[in-house]
Write a protein that binds this ligand. Structure first.
Ligand code: EPU
Length: 335
């Protein structure tokens, strides 16, 4: 059974470690409980929370916050080469990665240690070290917030893109992802080790999904702050996608700019490089700052408010706009 609490601090539920309150708060463990709470609070503004690792709370919320805590991982079918695995939205993403490694199922080892929940992962199509979630999602089950009916979205219907999906665009705030079905690979696994740092460290290691995960964990721990120690939300901005003309202008001034050709008309460049080149890596203002080892990560050195982090992000956006004429777009959801 779920119980509803009042005036709850959301401090333990967001990785930035921001103190903000929600007027009502409920933890739900099943679709049934989710439907019940949404029915009970039909006329109250409602927010759904997963791992709280991709949000910036800038003020108290006068509505209901629902924490999805449904658990369960099950193989629902398998053949010679693949297994379909259904995972409940409230599972911790990294716990699922560990489960897949234990069961020798491949496809998500590059996504080890990404903070957050399984339900939130498709929303922004999480990705790291050469793998995007869309390559392993078979389908998503959702609950329509208005009709309270369950739906199934095929991979194609999720309309995945770089850190986006239909749930962040056309259908924003209309559906709650309640479970995700993944298509994972049995042995022999196809490994993705082409990402610079991964390729380098993997040279000496056995070519297994377990060692890829170990390598990714090593890289992440060496440059990304642990949210339990230093509040943060991973990459704060998206890596901008420039037109060929915009990219040429930048490359003429900065021949060393790292880049990744996406297609015939767009080039992606690292926002971390822009921020570092603008001299802002390690920049600190009061309780907030730009991480010293990864300029794309903004950190809360303790007791920062969401507004202070927001102001820092706006300052960075202005600096990058003035210096490079490039607009940085937040990856984090600002609430
Ligand atoms: N760079 C710098 N200075 C920095 C950071 C990066 O110059 O301070 C440049 C370097 O040239 C480096 C390149 O940017 O080679 C790429 O850096 P990194 O490998 O750290 O990746 P990223 O582009 O900064 C993206 C994702 C991360 C993901 C990594 C690894 C986005 C917004 N971020 O970061 O995802 O872990 O690649 O694949 O796409 C997240 O989304 O929260 C996240 C952490």
């Amino acid at each position: 059974m779920f119980k509803t609490e009042e005036n709850v601090s959301l401090l333990p539920y967001n990785t930035f470690g921001i103190k903000a309150k929600s007027k009502y708060f409920a933890k739900v463990h099943s679709n049934q409980e989710l439907i019940e709470v949404l029915t009970q609070f039909k006329s109250t503004p409602t927010r759904i929370l997963g791992g709280g690792s991709n949000i910036l709370l800038t003020q108290d919320f006068e509505g209901l916050t629902v924490l999805l805590s449904s658990k369960g991982i099950a193989i629902v079918s398998e053949n010679e080469t693949h297994a379909l695995v259904t995972v409940q939205a409230g599972e911790v993403w990294h716990d699922f990665v560990l489960w897949a490694l234990t069961n020798n199922l491949g496809g998500i080892e590059n996504l080890a240690l990404i903070p957050g929940s399984v339900g939130a992962a498709p929303l922004q199509n999480i990705g790291a070290y050469g793998i995007e979630l869309e390559s392993v999602v078979e389908s998503c089950q959702t609950l329509n917030r208005k009709s309270l009916q369950l739906h199934d979205f095929s991979n194609k219907e999720c309309q995945f893109g770089y850190r986006t999906s239909v749930f962040k665009t056309q259908l924003k705030d209309q559906h709650i992802i309640t479970q995700v079905t993944f298509r994972l690979q049995k042995t022999p696994h196809t490994l993705e080790c082409s990402y610079g740092a991964v390729a380098q460290l993997m040279e000496e290691k056995p070519k297994t999904i377990q060692s890829v995960a170990e390598t990714v964990i090593e890289i992440r721990q060496s440059k990304l702050p642990d949210p339990k120690i230093l509040g943060n939300s991973g990459s704060f901005f998206k890596n901008p996608e420039l037109s060929n003309a915009q990219f040429k202008t930048l490359q003429t001034r900065h021949p060393e700019v790292p880049h990744y050709v996406m297609n015939t008309s767009q080039v992606k460049i690292p926002a971390g490089w822009l921020i570092e080149t603008a001299g802002l890596k390690g920049y600190r203002k009061g309780p907030v700052g730009v991480h010293e080892k990864q300029a794309l990560v903004l950190v809360n050195y303790g007791k920062a408010t969401g507004k202070e982090i927001l102001q820092l992000s706006q300052y960075i956006q202005n600096q990058i706009k003035t210096r490079f004429n490039i607009a940085l777009e937040p990856e984090v959801n600002i609430l």
